[in-house]
Design a protein around this ligand. Structure first.
Ligand SMILES: [Fe+2]
Ligand SMILES: [Fe+2]
Length: 394
């Protein structure tokens, strides 16, 4: 019989109340029967394809401290959870988020050596998490996504929560822009959001997690993360079913480009910035100023939209922002806040205080509006060529 070394890494814990009942279980259930701390001895207590009743679970609860599922059965566990109507969306998203964090942690954990095979494996896991997320989010509007995010537990490392939130917003915003979007397109939107800050693994954590005022030198270092992320993707020959890595690379490279061409690293502008990078940049901005997990005081949704509206045409795409606003707040812009954020405001960076400032002259923004063809954006609803000149959607 095949002997397998089963360590804690081979399993993940599952809640007693998040196990499928009354149907064929698509995974095995284990317990850790070791009585010694830091020692594991996993024993299977219930087999795949068996059916569990409420009484069985109650007995497990009495007898055991914790249940486990094999890591290699994680996707079966997630699929059965997401499809089941007995679980709430918060419960489902919480479990999906935990999984996404495992994969993000493999990429971002500074203690672990980074290799292209780890990246590959993690991207595959991230993609699966995004697919489950798309199933749970369904037709959620952005304000509903915001409520859902508010109900989720959060973690200490800013990048994980932020990346997952941005991913969820990107899925919802892209769906609002293109209601008939194929799942592969939504996967690209969500995966782009989840990986947009990939390049941060090459930036020292002392800079990444510093919510204080950064020196100019540190800020210059941070500004390299889009290019670092692009380079990381280029290092391996990635292959992941249905994922166009050129699109993901462009989201990573272009999420800090500004609509008026003042962003970084390449100062490209308007439609030259990939549509999903423009989507990501709005979601990135919104999450950074509204999420309770930010280091600074958060803005109300209305004030956040008011602050963001001041960056329209400068930092963010006017038409995509219009759709975003419609979807967040059907009542329109009601924020009373007068200040704005500077064009070089970096939503990916935790800050103690939001650098709000008095409004600047909007000359440049008006120029861009004048340049922008009115009809062109309208194509986005049925346009098959959303992902750039040479790319076919899907
Ligand atoms: Fe970000
Ligand atoms: Fe970023």
């Amino acid at each position: 019989m095949e002997k397998e070394r089963l360590s804690k890494d081979s399993f993940f814990s599952v809640g007693f109340d998040l196990i499928l009942l009354g149907e064929n279980l698509p995974y095995d259930l284990y317990i850790n029967s070791s009585t010694r701390e830091n020692r594991e001895r996993f024993v299977r207590i219930f087999p795949m394809n068996g059916r569990l009743s409420t009484e069985d679970i109650a007995t497990f609860k009495e007898k055991y401290h914790q249940l486990y599922v094999l890591e290699k059965q994680r996707q079966s566990y997630l699929s059965s959870l997401v499809k089941n109507q007995n679980f709430t969306d918060v419960q489902k998203t919480e479990v999906i988020k935990d999984s996404a964090i495992i994969y993000l942690n493999k990429i971002f954990d500074p203690g672990k050596e980074f290799t292209t095979s780890i990246l590959e494996e993690s991207i595959e896991g991230c993609k699966e998490s995004v697919e489950h997320m798309i199933d749970v989010l369904g037709d959620y509007e952005i304000n509903q996504v915001q409520d859902l995010i508010g109900d989720l537990s959060f973690h200490d490392f800013y990048t994980y929560d932020h990346s997952i939130n941005v991913s969820m917003y990107c899925i919802s915003l892209f769906k609002a822009m293109k209601p008939g979007a194929k799942k592969e397109e939504l996967v690209l939107a969500g995966l782009g959001g989840l990986l947009h800050d990939l390049g941060k693994i090459k930036i020292p954590t002392t800079i990444i997690n510093n919510p204080g005022k950064l020196s100019d030198e540190d800020f210059e270092t941070i500004k390299q993360h889009p290019e670092f992320g692009g380079e990381l993707l280029d290092e391996g020959d990635h292959c992941c079913d249905g994922v166009d890595f050129e699109v993901i690379r462009r989201v990573i490279m272009e999420h800090h480009e500004n609509y008026n061409g003042t962003g970084y690293p390449n100062k490209i502008e308007a439609k030259d910035i990939h549509v999903l990078a423009r989507v990501c940049s709005i979601c990135d901005f919104f999450d950074a100023i509204t999420t309770k997990r930010s280091y600074h005081e958060v803005l109300s949704t209305e004030d956040a939209l008011a602050v963001m509206s001041k960056s329209v045409g400068r930092k963010i795409d006017p038409k995509i922002f219009e759709i975003f606003c419609e979807n967040v707040n059907k009542l329109g812009l009601q924020g009373k806040i007068k200040e704005e954020l500077p064009d070089d405001y970096d939503p990916c960076q935790p800050m103690n205080v939001l650098p709000l400032q008095a409004p600047q002259i909007k000359k440049q923004a008006e120029d861009i509006f004048a340049k922008e063809g009115k009809d062109e954006f309208g194509k986005i609803k049925g346009d098959n060529n959303l992902f750039g000149k040479d790319k076919k959607a899907g």
